[in-house]
Design a protein around this ligand. Structure first.
Ligand SMILES: Cc1cc2nc3c(=O)[nH]c(=O)nc-3n(C[C@H](O)[C@H](O)[C@H](O)COP(=O)(O)O)c2cc1C
Length: 223
């Protein structure tokens, strides 16, 4: 069951930083980061976060590294009516591409944005005139989605970061007011897990991490 238990007995994270050594004073946080799982949107139901909880989630969402203080992201929290309106756009686009679609498929598209109680659309606001490269700005957008997931998990909510076809559809972008030259980087579905997700196979650390004293490139000095 979701909880609003925001531990006020713990010191702010900043108080444990910058002392020249790492204090592992918050095992709950590291456990959360080590164990967070997405829940597929179809299995996310009521209740969703309250407005107060959403504000916490959104505030955590934009607490991301942002080279150049550009704020190259935007979050749109779609209420029920907006979710339904987006569903209508999806049906229109889906039928334009698949005119032979059956009723079940159309119903699925109509309901797609309403699968979970809350839907946050994260899109980019890239500043292409800025000296910070576009890729860095986009990475910051991705970090927003990750933070939203972690904040949801911290409050006991289930969430999933999806793009699916709508994120890449021009009519969907137009309906959401996302300029054609910007990106929808995520549709984050939030609510309560209907069932606990199973574990997902993760790569062994050694397959993705190298501890090294010499550089692997043949041209590298010391190789
Ligand atoms: C940018 C991005 C887009 C994604 N889009 C989809 C998607 O369209 N459909 C899907 O099934 N999973 C998608 N995923 C994967 C899920 O969000 C999630 O990572 C996956 O279900 C594994 O869950 P985990 O968070 O427990 O590792 C996407 C992930 C990322 C990072």
């Amino acid at each position: 069951m979701p909880t609003t238990d925001i531990a006020e007995d713990r010191p702010p994270v900043n108080e444990s930083q910058g002392r020249g050594r790492i204090e592992i004073n918050d095992l709950r946080t590291i456990d959360l980061l080590r164990s967070r799982r997405s829940v597929v949107a179809n299995l996310i139901g009521e209740p969703g976060p309250s407005r107060e909880q959403l504000d916490l989630i959104l505030t955590a969402g934009i607490r991301v590294p942002d080279h150049g203080k550009i704020g190259p992201w935007r979050m749109q929290v779609l209420g029920k009516q907006a979710q339904a309106a987006l569903g209508d756009v999806l049906v229109q686009e889906f039928l334009a591409k698949f005119p032979e679609a059956n009723e079940k498929q159309v119903a699925f598209e109509r309901n797609r944005p309403q699968r979970a109680p809350n839907l946050i659309v994260v899109s980019s606001r890239l500043n292409r005139q800025h000296k910070v490269p576009e890729i860095e700005q986009l990475l910051s957008c991705g970090a927003v989605c990750t933070n939203l997931l972690n904040a949801c998990a911290a409050l006991g909510f289930a969430a999933q970061w999806l793009t699916e076809w709508p994120a890449y559809n021009e009519a969907v972008k137009a309906a959401l007011g996302v300029p054609a030259d910007q990106h929808i980087v995520g549709l984050v579905y939030i609510g309560t897990a209907a069932e606990a997700p199973g574990e997902r196979v993760r790569p062994d650390l050694e397959t993705v991490v190298d501890f090294m004293e010499t550089l692997p490139g043949s041209a590298a000095p010391g190789a």
